[in-house]
Design a protein. Structure first.
Length: 60
């Protein structure tokens, strides 16, 4: 179970990092309010973590 947790956490953090970098690049001019996007990214990252965790847990 610990391995599944670590794998899911790594996948979720990779997703969050990539999405944050893309968001920063898109907001380079600074004329966009990014707060709703950040909230959505956090929610999606939590969902992605849970999905990957249960998939990895089910494999074992």
């Amino acid at each position: 179970m610990k391995k599944a947790l670590i794998k899911a956490l790594i996948k979720a953090l990779q997703y969050l990092l990539l999405a944050t970098v893309i968001l920063v690049i898109l907001n380079f001019r600074g004329d966009m309010n990014i707060t709703p996007y950040i909230i959505a990214l956090v929610i999606l990252t939590i969902a992605k973590f849970l999905i990957h965790f249960f998939i990895e847990k089910k494999k074992r």
